[in-house]
Design a protein around this ligand. Structure first.
Ligand SMILES: NC(=O)c1ccc[n+]([C@@H]2O[C@H](COP(=O)([O-])OP(=O)(O)OC[C@H]3O[C@@H](n4cnc5c(N)ncnc54)[C@H](O)[C@@H]3O)[C@@H](O)[C@H]2O)c1
Length: 259
C-alpha cells in the first residue's frame, strides 16, 4: 500500500490514535469514527468529568479507549502524556489536533491576554502535540497528523483571534507536511463549518435557524461528518495526500466569509 515503506500498516486496525479535546463534541465524533475503523483510542482532554463520561460511553460500544487528563497547551503535560502512552501502547500512529476554544470579540474590545489564550490553545497546542509525537512517528516511518482548523480562517467579523489561529493552523499543516514528507508521515487539515456540539445546543432557536440558512445544504454538520473526513486522512491508503485543507462545511466555504 505504502510504496515508500513496505512495513507500513495496511489498515487502521490496531493503530493507536490520539484525539485531543476528545472528551466531547467534534473530538468524540472523530474518536468514534476512528474506532469504527479499528483504531485504539487515546482521548486527551483537560475536562476530567467529560473524559470519564466519554470513556464509559465508548467502552460500552466495545472501543479500546484510554483517557488522559492533559492541558494540550502545556509542553510539560503533553510530553509526560506521550511518555505514558508510549509506555502502555508502544506507538502512536495518528494524532488528531482537535482541542480548541472559540473567541468571539471585536478587536476594539479585545486585549492581548484574550488574543494570546486563543492562539495558545488553538495554535500552540498543535505545534506542541505534533512535535511531541513526530520523532517516534519518524522512527516508525509511519504517521498521520490531522489538524482541525475552521472555515472561519477565511475571516469572520468579531473573530479576529480565532480566525488568525485557524489560518495559522493551515500554514503549520503545510510546513509540517513538507518537513516530514520523506518520512512516511502525512499532515493534513480539516476546516469544519458549523457543527452541532454542546455549544450549538446553548443557542436560541432563532439563532440556530439563522445559522441553518447560511449553509447551502441547509443542514448543520454533525461530529461524525468531521470524523469521516479525519478517517480518510488517517487511512494508510491516503499515503500520497499531504499538506491539504479539506472543507467539511455543507458548501459554506463557497459563500462570502461574512454570511
Ligand atoms: N463546533 C463548530 O461549529 C466548529 C466549527 C469549526 C471548527 N471547530 C473546531 O473543532 C474543534 C472542536 O470543537 P468543538 O465544537 O467540538 O468544541 P467543544 O468545546 O465541544 O470541545 C472541545 C474540547 O476540547 C477540550 N479542550 C479545550 N481546551 C483544551 C486544552 N487546553 N487542553 C485539553 N483539552 C482542551 C475541551 O475540554 C472540550 O472537551 C475546535 O478546534 C474548534 O475550533 C468547531
Amino acid at each position: 500500500m505504502n510504496q515508500t515503506n513496505p512495513t507500513a500498516p495496511a489498515s487502521l486496525q490496531g493503530l493507536v490514535a490520539v484525539v485531543t479535546g476528545g472528551a466531547k463534541g467534534i473530538g468524540l465524533g472523530i474518536a468514534r469514527e476512528l474506532a469504527q475503523g479499528g483504531c485504539r483510542i487515546a482521548l486527551w482532554d483537560f475536562d476530567d468529568e467529560a473524559l470519564q463520561t466519554a470513556q464509559r460511553s465508548l467502552a460500552s460500544e466495545g472501543v479500546d479507549v484510554k483517557t488522559f487528563k492533559v492541558d494540550v497547551s502545556s509542553v510539560e503535560q503533553v510530553e509526560s502524556t506521550v511518555a505514558q502512552l508510549l509506555a502502555s501502547h508502544a506507538r502512536i500512529d495518528i494524532l488528531v489536533n482537535n482541542a480548541g476554544i472559540g473567541g468571539d470579540k471585536l478587536v476594539s474590545k479585545m486585549d492581548l491576554a484574550f488574543w494570546s489564550r486563543v492562539i495558545e490553545v488553538n495554535l500552540h497546542s498543535q505545534f506542541i502535540c505534533s512535535k511531541a509525537v513526530l520523532t517516534q512517528m519518524a522512527e516508525n516511518r509511519f504517521g498521520r497528523i490531522i489538524n482541525i482548523g475552521s472555515r472561519a480562517w477565511l475571516g469572520n467579523r468579531g473573530q479576529a483571534a480565532y480566525s488568525a489561529s485557524k489560518g495559522a493552523v493551515v500554514s503549520l499543516t503545510r510546513s509540517l507536511a513538507l518537513e516530514y514528507a520523506r518520512k512516511g508521515i502525512t499532515v493534513n487539515a480539516i476546516a469544519p463549518g458549523i457543527v452541532e456540539t454542546p455549544l450549538f445546543e446553548t443557542l436560541t432557536e432563532e439563532v440556530r435557524q439563522g445559522l441553518h440558512k447560511t449553509v447551502p445544504m441547509e443542514r448543520i454538520g454533525q461530529p461524525e461528518d468531521i470524523g469521516r473526513a479525519v478517517r480518510f486522512f488517517a487511512e494508510p491508503g491516503a499515503s500520497y495526500v499531504t499538506g491539504q485543507l479539506l472543507y467539511v462545511c455543507g458548501g459554506r466555504s463557497l459563500s462570502s466569509p461574512s454570511v
